[in-house]
Design a protein around this ligand. Structure first.
Ligand code: ADP
Ligand code: MG
Length: 263
């Protein structure tokens, strides 16, 4: 079971202690505006190797924006974002290399519609990492079997269910051997009966030591898999605590209000 965690030391951060001289992901005083709208306000976040964060909060609180800044799909106004100790460059080859260390899975499955499932998974390793086709296909089949869709390898995305497509999207992200995986509401667009098949894959990944930042409203998953819950509202991180602390004893009125609406 090494493909998910290839090239990385095992999880060390379940205790929350620094596993290394620096956190794997580190946001410091991050600020972002969309025009007059202040969407990220003094965001400070440190994620250690092997840690699983679940980010929750009301709609519009900046969860997606924060995720997107972590791999530079969005720029920031000020502050600093480091992946494995390195600040993300603004552009160029170095950005592509660092971005490859951050896998991302979105709400919409956004697979390449005109490519087969197998091609969806082999494309980036071949193009960006210059892996030869045979090796890329072998690794892709291994990943597809781990997420349970290897029998679909030669089909087109539209022939798969939403849950299967989302599992392919996870395999595709893992094919780049990322150091951290970001999930932005990966099950919100799914029919209810398909939610668990995707969450199960995420729980497996977490168990295998993948560092994960997950925006999700699936509180069962949060309780099962999260080392830490990050609660955001109005562009700020208001609470960071263990699932037990957060669910049993939220500190802020905003979190109490949020929990009363979703639980
Ligand atoms: P969440 O994921 O917590 O629901 P978002 O990060 O998507 O929140 O959005 C935070 C705020 O930023 C919202 O008010 C949203 O309308 C606004 N916003 C998000 N993306 C853009 C954009 N590209 N341009 C302008 N405003 C945006
Ligand atoms: Mg969002």
């Amino acid at each position: 079971n090494e493909t998910f965690t290839q090239g990385r030391p095992q999880a060390q951060a379940a205790t929350g202690a620094a596993s290394d001289s620096h956190p794997l992901v580190e946001l410091t005083h991050v600020e972002k505006h969309y025009g007059a709208l202040h969407v990220l306000k003094d965001i400070n976040l440190r994620v250690n190797k092997g840690e699983v964060l679940v980010v929750v909060g009301p709609s519009g609180s900046g969860k997606s924006t924060m995720c997107r800044t972590i791999n530079r799909l969005e720029t920031i106004d000020s502050g600093d974002i480091r992946i494995d100790g390195k600040t993300l460059p603004q552009e160029g080859k170095e950005l592509a290399a660092l971005r490859a260390e951050v896998g991302m899975v979105f709400q919409s499955f956004n697979l390449f519609a005109n490519k087969t499932i197998l091609e969806n998974v082999t494309l980036a390793p071949m193009k960006v990492r210059h892996v030869d086709q045979k090796t890329a296909e072998r690794q892709a089949m291994d990943l597809l079997s781990r997420v349970g869709v290897d029998t679909q390898a030669n089909k087109m995305p539209s022939q798969l269910s939403g849950g299967q497509q989302q599992r392919v999207a996870i395999a595709r992200a893992l094919a780049m051997q990322p150091k951290v995986m970001l999930f932005d509401e990966p099950t919100s667009a799914l029919d209810p009966e398909m939610v668990n098949e995707v969450l199960d894959v995420m729980v497996e990944l977490a168990k295998e030591g993948m560092t994960m930042i997950c925006v999700t409203h699936e509180m069962g998953f949060a309780r099962k898999a999260a080392d830490r819950i990050v609660f955001m509202a109005d562009g700020r991180i208001l609470e960071q605590s263990t699932p037990d602390e957060f669910f049993e004893n939220p500190k802020t009125e905003r979190a109490k209000d949020f929990l009363s609406k979703i639980l």
